[in-house]
Design a protein around this ligand. Structure first.
Ligand SMILES: [Zn+2]
Length: 222
């Protein structure tokens, strides 16, 4: 079975959402000194390739350990959006042609190629997805969406005081997580998947009561 890894490596100092906890991996024990190796991990619940649970933006929403595993793996469709401009806003008409005849429960993965900018300042100027797309996907019975960007919504830049005005504006999150769905962010290598309708899996750690978790996201053919 061919498996395509759609996850970024998790490493010390890797790029994270502005203001999120930094990623630091340290040695806590070594074979040389202790007879076994153990690492100490410092990271946020949204570090690297990760899953947003409803609780991420919805008061009282489901936590990551309460999300049904059936919704996090299964048949997927990749929507390819080649080379959108920086900060482009993608709307329903840009994606609808590739979302016809969608069965309820299909996982939708948006491939913009923006992951090539990961770990550079340009990664923050990613294309974004209009909330109308989230509304249509929810209506079609989609429960899980993945993007190869930091965020389906705009990410505030250093000059943008969005955070000080009551938090960033997250309309895609609000609609999709508000309907009980999940969002996988920071996917990569979607262009290496050889078929447009692979199976997809992104299982989170069973972190009790938390708003998200790093995942190992893969595409495969059962
Ligand atoms: Zn997130």
């Amino acid at each position: 079975m061919q498996v395509v890894d759609l996850s970024h490596p998790v490493s010390t100092g890797m790029q994270v959402f502005p203001g999120d906890p930094s990623v630091e991996l340290r040695s806590a024990a070594t074979v040389a000194a202790d007879g076994f190796a153990v690492a100490q991990l410092h990271l946020g619940s949204h570090s690297g390739t990760h899953l947003d649970a409803p609780l991420h933006t919805v008061q009282g929403g489901a936590a990551v350990d309460a999300m049904p595993l059936e919704s996090l793996m299964g048949p997927a469709r990749i929507v390819t959006l080649p080379e959108p401009a920086a900060n482009a806003v993608l709307r329903w008409e840009d994606v609808s042609g590739q979302l016809e005849n969608l069965l309820p429960g299909t996982i939708v993965l948006f491939s913009t190629g923006w992951s090539r900018h990961f770990d550079t300042p340009a990664y923050l100027e990613h294309p974004t997805f209009d909330a109308g797309i989230a509304e249509r996907l929810v209506a079609a019975g989609v429960r899980l969406v993945g993007v190869d960007t930091l965020n389906p919504d705009p990410t505030p830049g250093p000059a943008d005081p969005g955070q000080s005005q009551g938090g960033p504006f997250l309309p895609f999150h609000d609609v999709f997580l508000g309907a009980g769905g999940g969002i996988v962010e920071n996917l990569t290598r979607l262009d290496a998947v050889p078929v447009p309708e692979p199976w997809f899996s992104a299982l989170p750690l069973r972190l009790e009561g938390l708003d998200g978790s790093p995942v190992r996201a893969v595409a495969f053919r059962p």
